[in-house]
Design a protein around this ligand. Structure first.
Ligand SMILES: [Zn+2]
Length: 151
């Protein structure tokens, strides 16, 4: 077995109910584990995808079928374009924020946070939600700060 795979599997907790492989390593500021594989130091689920499925195509994202940021089960990971990811999120009812100026902040925050989890950058998140980049960052960081302070 590849030593990276062995290392990954040794840090994983299996969730019998969901089938998720929860990577129990340290998380970054937005709650995602990272690791290194073949010179790629980045989010662990992307590296897990590389280990089990192969390269990620340029411009493609790796998303969780299970919406669990810790999960590195290759069966729960899929690769798609930004449009496909957005379609998936829309079908799960998470990204139809377009043209809804009165959207409650908590909901906006949830959408931004889940897009960030999927690996989108600020410009893409802003375009996807039809908001300005600055607004998205504001909502995300102000809410996160409050959460960090336990409010
Ligand atoms: Zn999973």
């Amino acid at each position: 077995m590849d030593k990276h795979v062995r290392k990954l599997l040794s840090s994983v907790e299996h969730d019998e109910e969901t089938g998720c492989w929860n990577l129990m390593t340290r998380l970054d500021s937005v709650g995602r584990p990272h690791n290194t594989f073949r010179g790629f130091h980045e989010r662990a689920h992307r590296n897990a995808y590389r280990m089990f499925h192969g390269p990620i195509l340029p411009g493609y994202f790796v998303c969780h079928e299970c919406d669990n940021p810790r999960c590195v089960n290759p069966k729960h990971l899929w690769q798609g374009t930004r449009a496909e990811n957005q379609a998936d999120m829309a079908s799960k009812g998470r990204s139809n924020a377009k043209r809804r100026p009165g959207l409650p902040k908590a909901e906006t925050y949830q959408r931004i946070a889940s897009l960030k989890q999927c690996g989108f950058g600020w410009a893409e998140i802003a375009a996807g939600l039809d908001l300005s980049e600055g607004h998205c960052m504001n909502v995300f960081y102000s809410r996160k700060r409050r959460a960090d302070m336990g409010l």
